[in-house]
Design a protein around this ligand. Structure first.
Ligand code: COA
Length: 416
């Protein structure tokens, strides 16, 4: 099986989630990804949120599979020399340190171009370069706040809310990945590397594109008819939190099911397409709404959407989420159960499809990870365990021409 990035060398100077998510996928696609880590400590996620004392945490293992690990103190002269040699032979360099950190170390974009003009330099920061916030150290939640996700998520009367999905972290890594693949293709045409600067704010913003759509609609019309407060409460001058509204031109809402009091996830989401209205009316026991002028057309229904949602919920409330889906799917009414993390982790079809993947780790044993989301017809990434800290020190330095004695001396000096 030939993998698309075989022969591509990546120097992975990333940590936590945003950068590692990107480089992990490069490794799944066949690149040789070498993770550079602080000697003796490594990526902070190795020791964060541990479930087994003394072993690499799942936070690390699930974001660093298929990589090699080299301990290297890049602030020492020897460490700088080794990193420079690695960069000379590499195709891609990725980092997500705090703003200015790499420049201080001597590996900013200007220095990188001088080291290897064919090198593609991927960098993740919280904010775009000329942003008034560009000096901020940034984590997931800060990016969700800055990118427009937090202000538009939650209950109308509640505070801005975080999404559980890693919109700031892994999402930024995926955006950078797209940029790096484009830069690789560009290098094929021009022979030159380039810098790909990916800000977390931009990555979140790209996913709240529809809210920027809504801001412009609001400024023109003063209202947003698909939002839950329409037509009962006035709109302000900014897009409000959408609660459980579908956010598209087709309305939808979260319905309680029979066990909602004891099971916080016995809910189903139902979408009300313009077509198929007869099926909806018949199933919820409102056949008169098929011709009622207040309900017969999508536009007529807008002011009465909560009557529709309430009637649907009066029907779902004596069935569990799976029973509801079984009935509605036959009527081609779009719907889906709220699945818990437990249901997802143990779902046989997700395992069969390679979406939840078992990994055998030499130190901590079997664990499960989330597999490669795109499924290809010509290859399937094989997901292997993450490296132990410094597992490939000797291997990598030998490749660079260092002798066993050199390696021992570097260890002695704390360079590796
Ligand atoms: C995530 C973040 C907030 C963490 O900040 P932090 O804990 O201060 O960590 P830093 O990235 O600054 O690294 C800390 C120091 O360790 C140093 N360091 C890390 N690995 C090293 C190594 N192998 N050798 C020598 N020094 C190393 C860094 O150079 C830095 O030193 P400096 O402060 O003198 O520049 C920050 O890295 C950041 O804003 N990154 C960009 C946005 C991002 O990716 N955030 C999402 C993370 S999921």
């Amino acid at each position: 099986m030939t993998l698309p990035l075989e022969g591509i060398k990546v120097i992975d100077f990333t940590g936590v989630q945003a950068g590692p998510a990107c480089t992990q996928m490069l490794a799944w696609f066949g690149a040789d990804v070498l993770k550079i880590e602080l000697p003796g400590k490594g990526d902070v996620t190795r020791s964060q949120l541990r479930d087994i004392p003394g072993k690499d945490g799942l936070y690390f293992t699930m974001l660093n599979s298929n990589k090699r690990s080299l301990e290297l103190n890049t602030k020492t002269p020897e460490g700088k020399e080794i990193l420079t040699k690695l960069l000379k032979g590499a195709d891609i360099f990725v980092e997500n340190f705090a703003p200015g950190s790499l420049e201080r170390m001597g590996f900013g974009w200007d220095q990188i171009q001088a080291i290897n003009p064919r090198l593609i330099y991927g960098t993740i920061k919280g904010f775009p370069e000329d942003s008034p916030y560009s000096d901020l150290k940034t984590y997931e939640d800060i990016a969700q706040c800055a990118g427009g996700a937090a202000s538009t998520t939650g209950l109308i009367e509640g505070s801005p809310l975080m999404s559980a999905a890693a919109l700031g972290d892994s999402n930024t890594g995926m955006h950078l990945l797209i940029g790096l693949l484009a830069a690789l293709l560009h290098r094929e045409k021009t022979g030159k590397g380039q810098r790909v600067y990916m800000s977390m704010q931009d990555a979140v913003l790209n996913l709240v594109r529809v809210k920027i759509r809504d801001q412009q609609r609001l400024e023109r019309t003063g209202e947003l008819t698909e939002y839950p407060q329409y037509p009962h409460k006035p709109f302000g001058d900014t897009v409000p939190r959408g609660e459980n509204a579908s956010g598209s031109g087709v309305p939808g809402w979260m319905m309680k099911c029979k066990n909602w009091k004891t099971d916080p996830n016995d809910y189903v989401y139902v979408i009300f397409q313009p077509w198929g209205w007869e099926n909806v009316c018949n199933v919820i026991g409102k056949p008169e709404w098929i011709t009622d002028p207040n309900f017969a057309t999508p536009d007529a229904r807008i002011p009465h959407l909560f009557d529709v949602y309430n009637a649907m919920e009066a029907w779902t409330i004596d069935k569990d989420k799976h029973e509801v889906v079984e009935i509605l799917r036959k009527l081609e009414i779009p719907c889906g159960p709220v699945l818990t993390t437990k249901e997802i982790l143990h779902d046989e079809s997700l395992r069969a499809n390679g979406s939840i993947v078992p990994v055998e780790h030499k130190d901590r044993g079997l664990y499960y990870t989330v597999g490669c989301p795109p499924k290809f017809s010509a290859f399937t990434p094989e997901i292997k365990a993450s490296p132990l800290l410094g597992e490939h020190n000797a291997e990598v330095l030998t490749e660079l021409g260092y002798s066993a004695a050199d390696i021992a001396a570097l260890k002695e000096k704390g360079v590796i």
